[in-house]
Design a protein around this ligand. Structure first.
Ligand code: ADP
Length: 228
């Protein structure tokens, strides 16, 4: 699913955020990425959806070599990778339904098929009844559910999440995590950067810890391993 070999990322200001990472993530895995702030977690996962390009080394996702991928090929690649952010990134002038439909890869699909698919993912995240609401009419947890629905609308094999519970209260965070578990149970690979100690320690999934741009720990059934 994801294969990184000797990857480094040096930003234009000279900061080396990822400093020689090799990792293999298999289809269907659920992986937590942990580590202190500034450790390189975001950069590490941005390399997986080509938000950032590796300075050296190779990143292969879904069989596609991201180091040689042309910029014009990036949108096509992204359709097969769902991304969820801490701050949701919903379009404020579109309803929940429209935010999701907007992300659907539309070929010649009939309107009824589009509607069916959007309602299907809204149902999965438990928000069918709020399809017509705008982001500002929804709670943080509900907005994150919409963004999760958007991330899976094209049935990607991989969903990447960068601190998806960072803006949510503990109860809502658990609901969101259960949703990711449900998506993973359907076979979707999940890679999630998080500071949520309780959730990582309960889930007992693979944990990759990053410090100073390198992997300092990579354990199956691992723990969070930091104070916070
Ligand atoms: P984390 O997600 O673990 O907090 P980041 O990947 O965001 O870590 O950042 C790792 C390092 O790279 C930090 O020193 C940060 O300041 C730097 N950094 C992140 N993004 C950029 C950027 N766009 N330009 C320059 N430096 C950056």
């Amino acid at each position: 699913m994801i294969q990184m070999k000797n990857v480094t990322k040096k930003y234009s200001n000279g900061v080396v955020a990822v400093n020689g990472i090799s990792v293999h993530i298999k289809p269907g895995e659920f992986v937590y990425v942990v580590g202190p702030s500034g450790a390189g977690k975001s950069t590490f996962i941005k390399l997986m959806y080509r938000e950032e390009k590796a300075t050296t080394g190779s990143v292969i996702v879904n069989g596609i070599d991201l180091s040689t991928l042309k910029n014009r090929q990036v949108p096509q690649f992204r359709r097969n990778v769902g991304v969820v952010f801490q701050d949701f990134k919903l379009l404020p002038r579109l309803t929940a339904y429209e935010n999701i439909a907007f992300a659907l890869e539309v070929t010649e699909e009939e309107p009824t098929k589009i509607r069916k698919r959007v309602m299907e993912v809204l149902e999965l995240v438990g928000l069918s009844h709020k399809a017509r609401m705008f982001p500002h009419e929804l709670s943080g947890g509900e907005q994150q559910r919409v963004s999760i629905a958007r991330s899976i609308i094209n049935t990607p094999q991989l969903v990447i999440a960068d601190e998806p519970t960072g803006n949510l209260d503990p109860d809502t965070s658990w609901d969101i995590m259960h949703l990711f578990e449900k998506i993973n149970a359907q076979g979707t690979t999940i890679v999630m950067a998080t500071h949520n100690k309780e959730i990582v320690n309960t889930a007992r999934r693979r944990v990759i810890a990053i410090e100073g741009g390198i992997i300092v720990r990579d354990e199956a059934g691992g723990e969070y391993g930091y104070e916070r």
